[in-house]
Design a protein around this ligand. Structure first.
Ligand code: GAF
Length: 374
């Protein structure tokens, strides 16, 4: 029932990279992400029905049909990201109607570049434009995060949806995840570039381990609140306060708290290093972040550790770390421009030898957030 004369809206929605600040967003802390140049593309058109919504993924060659009157989660389906967005939009506005959407992607799925945020943000932004719903970016970001929580079952922070929506070419976003105040920091890396290496590993445990880390942080906060006032989340804790629980708090919890407090400090230092165009300093912070994620927060995996360790042993590499939620996906490497190709090749060779798998290295630069295409 697609009407020929209904205007179509075209949208590009990027994924996200994160320079530093992993698992700090849901602790009300700081992050330093950017949108990627790689993105999903959407074509959206009203179909004249009151509530029949059809979404077709050209990449998966698979479509779903959803009725606005019956927005229920579907077990294990990518449709949940779309259903969650429709739920969020229809709870906030009265103007949503039936539509047909087609989308395709240049974002590698399962690589930890948040293709889910790209899908949510692209659909929300596109439908807001198509039906003139009048929602502000902050509302779109919030409803996309809710879609993840309530329909996909991941209690994620705000970073991915914020970066996918608010990204700016050649800039990182220093984001305070409590106030959502943010500042764009130019990507001044001198002669260095960012090389992502896709481990092509995805662990099925990732979702449940993610939610478990979040619960552990909440438990850590309850311990801290028993002794100190003014602590709403781990963002409010200082290292001396965490230190005072050493040997008292279960070690696992203490490690989680220590990691988050230290990572928040690293984000602020990294922003300063970027502003000062000091890649050496930045590289050290990236590698320290990896060590924390590996030993204290325990969200890395042998493949990511191997890729980060190997990268650091190569000439021209200033820093390397796992990126995103963990248990697979990509490492992020700060590499001299003259060594970019050699480092990629060496990592591919070593990874094949060590794990029998193909690693996929590619350069990334910060891109623009979700936008309309002509
Ligand atoms: C995932 C989540 F979606 C983000 O909110 C963030 O917590 C990240 O993991 C870890 O930093 O991408």
């Amino acid at each position: 029932m697609e009407t020929d004369n209904a205007a179509a809206v075209h949208v590009a929605a990027p994924g996200r990279i994160n320079l530093i600040g992993e698992h700090t967003d849901y602790n009300d802390g700081f992050v330093l992400p950017a949108a990627t140049g790689l993105h999903m593309q959407f074509r959206l058109q009203a179909n004249g029905s009151p509530g029949q919504c059809r979404c077709f993924s050209e990449t998966l060659q698979e479509g779903v049909s959803v009725d606005l009157g019956d927005l229920q989660a579907r077990k294990g389906s990518w449709a949940n990201y779309a259903i969650g967005v429709l739920h969020g939009l229809s709870g906030r506005t009265g103007g949503l109607k039936g539509f047909d959407a087609r989308f395709s992607s240049t974002l590698p799925a399962g690589a930890g570049l948040s293709s889910s945020a790209a899908l949510e943000c692209g659909l929300a932004f596109g439908l807001n434009a198509l039906f003139g719903l009048g929602l502000e970016p902050a509302e779109l970001i919030a409803l996309c995060q809710e879609a993840e929580h309530e329909f996909a079952g991941t209690r994620c922070g705000i970073m991915d949806q914020f970066a996918a929506t608010m990204g700016k070419k050649n800039h990182f976003i220093l984001l305070d995840c409590r106030s959502l105040e943010h500042r764009y920091i130019p990507s001044r890396l001198g002669a260095y570039r960012l090389l992502l290496v896709n481990s092509r590993v995805t662990h099925s445990l990732a979702g449940s381990a993610y939610n478990q880390r979040r619960r552990e942080c909440e438990e850590g906060v309850r311990w801290l609140q028993g002794r100190f006032s003014g602590i709403r989340s781990l963002r409010d804790a200082g290292m001396e306060q965490v230190e005072s629980f050493k040997g008292e708090m279960p070690e696992r919890l203490w490690n989680r708290c220590r990691y988050v407090v230290e990572e928040n400090l690293r984000v602020l230092e990294a922003a300063d290093a970027l502003l000062a165009s000091d890649p050496e300093k930045l590289g050290g912070l990236l590698s320290a972040s990896h060590e924390g994620l590996r030993h204290l927060y325990e969200v890395s995996c042998p493949e990511l550790d191997f890729l980060a360790d190997t990268a650091l042993s190569l000439p021209g590499v200033l820093g390397a770390r796992m990126m995103g939620g963990g248990f697979g996906g990509c490492t992020l490497n700060l590499v001299h421009e003259d060594a970019l190709e050699a480092v990629g090749e060496e990592l591919k060779k070593a990874y094949k030898k060590g794990f029998g798998r193909d690693a996929d290295p590619f350069e990334v630069t910060p891109g623009d957030g979700v936008r309309l295409l002509p």
